[in-house]
Write a protein that binds this ligand. Sequence first.
Ligand SMILES: Cc1cc2nc3c(=O)[nH]c(=O)nc-3n(C[C@H](O)[C@H](O)[C@H](O)COP(=O)(O)O)c2cc1C
Length: 171
Amino acid sequence: MADGVFDAVRTVLAIREYRDTKVGDDLIERIVEAARLTASSMNRQPWHFVVVRDRDHLRELGTLVATGPYIAQASFAVVAAYETDSIFGVSDLSRAIQSMVLTAWDEGVGSNWTGFGGLDAVRKHVGLGDGYTVLAVVPFGYPAKAVGLGRKNRKPLGEVASAEQAGTAFE
Ligand SMILES: Cc1cc2nc3c(=O)[nH]c(=O)nc-3n(C[C@H](O)[C@H](O)[C@H](O)COP(=O)(O)O)c2cc1C
């Protein structure tokens, strides 16, 4: 069995420092296409993705997002928003964000989810109407430092998974 997808999941890390090297437009398109192709509840696709490449625009996003000053150094960022009246918006859009993160990582491009503060200002800044809620701004870029692929700090499987009934050892 090919383990490309699992390898991407196993090795992907949150990347917060980026090289100056630009991510090419073809690859940016592929990353956003991965979001578009993602499944959503009832196939409603209740989302919109604003791709930001302009350096000044990226700097402004870096000042607006409380947890994401490093957006300013990214090659590009995607403002990911869902239709506020969709009860599936958060689930659907989270999957689409993960599609972008993994597609980028498979091509050597790092990213991270930033948000939790300043996102309504981001919405207005990128011209999205008040029918949308910004869930995350995801900066992308080639990692500045060598990354320890797959060096993850995660709870052991036995702690987070059970067999048949919660509390029964899975392994
Ligand atoms: C839903 C979600 C929200 C996150 N929000 C932030 C954030 O606002 N700022 C940040 O620096 N990292 C954020 N992260 C990155 C996590 O902190 C990071 O993935 C986690 O610490 C594990 O690190 P690793 O992915 O490098 O193994 C977020 C990750 C997820 C999945």
